[in-house]
Design a protein around this ligand. Structure first.
Ligand code: C2E
Ligand code: MG
Ligand code: MG
Length: 295
């Protein structure tokens, strides 16, 4: 693929990277799609380096709702990149780049600081006191003083640790579980809550449920979207809810988009939900309108 030696080698290289991404013992042929996505990624990578330190990131907050009372019982902070030329870029497009380049460390700290500051402000303004959930990447657990960073941010913003929930995913358990559980234990000792995001999607080893301090399981939206469509998804959801209940862990269903899904979850006794059917992620200004003053 290419008319001269230089192009041939360059394109062969692109194909090699694509093959490596898919695992070992694979081959790939270079395609225009591959070249474009590589170019796009390179461009995003350059722009991401340029962005850190500027004010192009935004946090949106998605309410978590108790369906029995209809009350907001928490928020998940979700990052967006508001690029001056390309507009709003969703995290799915740039978080993996941030992880590969290590930029997730400054970005992750920015997210935590802003989410905690916002929550503290709402508490101080007399709105109902609810926690904020912040997503963490595996990279933030490796060769990095995560516990130090979290405790510094809590101290600087004044948010009580019990109002911070950190979301991890099962992929974290591929790494050195011992040092990861140690980090999680220290966070737990500080009073910070830990939630397992996208539960059931990555590694089916349930052994970790015994080893790490978990406060909440978040049922992945792919299961929720199978409600009324695929009986197997419904059975898995029931199983996760029972598992969580018996372990004494909270459970939340993500990605609720319809009334049928909500009704099923209610019958299955999963009362905390998050999804477009109730609220989409919103800017802090819009959220202030939905919050109830308690003072
Ligand atoms: P997640 O943590 O599982 O977040 C839930 C995602 O589902 C969000 O997408 C949210 O907007 C979307 N969502 C919520 N309700 C519904 C629904 O009813 N239907 C559908 N189809 N989607 C719904 P978003 O904001 O694009 O984030 C995608 C992922 O990016 C997150 O998945 C999380 O893994 C990652 N992410 C977001 N913000 C951060 C961050 O600050 N740090 C890190 N490390 N990762 C982040
Ligand atoms: Mg999450
Ligand atoms: Mg999730």
């Amino acid at each position: 693929d290419g008319a001269d030696a230089e192009t041939l080698i360059k394109n062969a290289d692109i194909a090699m990277y694509a093959a490596k991404e898919k695992g070992k013992n694979k081959y790939e042929l270079c395609t225009p799609v591959m070249k474009n996505s590589l170019l796009e990624n390179m461009e995003l990578t350059n722009q991401l380096y340029r962005t850190v330190g500027r004010k192009e990131f935004e946090l949106h907050y998605q309410p978590q709702v108790d369906i029995n009372s209809g009350m907001i019982v928490g928020f998940e902070a979700l990052i967006r990149w508001n690029h001056p030329e390309w507009g709003m870029i969703p995290p799915g497009k740039f978080i993996s780049i941030a992880e590969k380049t290590g930029l997730i460390l400054p970005i992750g700290e920015w997210v935590l600081k802003n989410a905690c500051r916002q929550m503290k402000q709402w508490h101080d303004q007399g709105f109902q006191r609810v926690p904020v959930a912040v997503n963490l990447s595996v990279r933030q657990f490796m060769d990095y003083d995560l516990v130090g960073m979290v405790s510094r941010v809590l101290r600087e913003t004044g948010l009580e640790p019990g109002y911070l929930e950190l979301e991890i995913t099962e992929s974290i358990l591929m790494e050195d579980t011992k040092s990861i559980s140690e980090t999680l234990r220290r966070l737990d000792d500080m009073g910070v809550k830990i939630a397992m995001d996208d539960f059931g999607m990555k590694y089916s080893s349930l052994n970790y449920l015994k080893q790490i301090p978990l406060h909440r399981l978040k049922i992945d939206m792919s299961f929720v979207q199978g409600i009324t469509v695929n009986r197997k998804d419904e059975i898995i959801i029931d199983g996760i809810i029972t598992l969580a209940k018996n372990l004494g862990i909270d459970v939340l269903a993500e990605g609720v988009e319809t009334l049928e899904q909500l009704d099923f979850l209610k019958t299955a006794r999963c009362f905390i939900v998050q999804g477009f059917y109730l609220y989409e992620p919103m800017t802090a200004d819009k959220i202030s309108v939905s919050l109830v003053k308690t003072a």
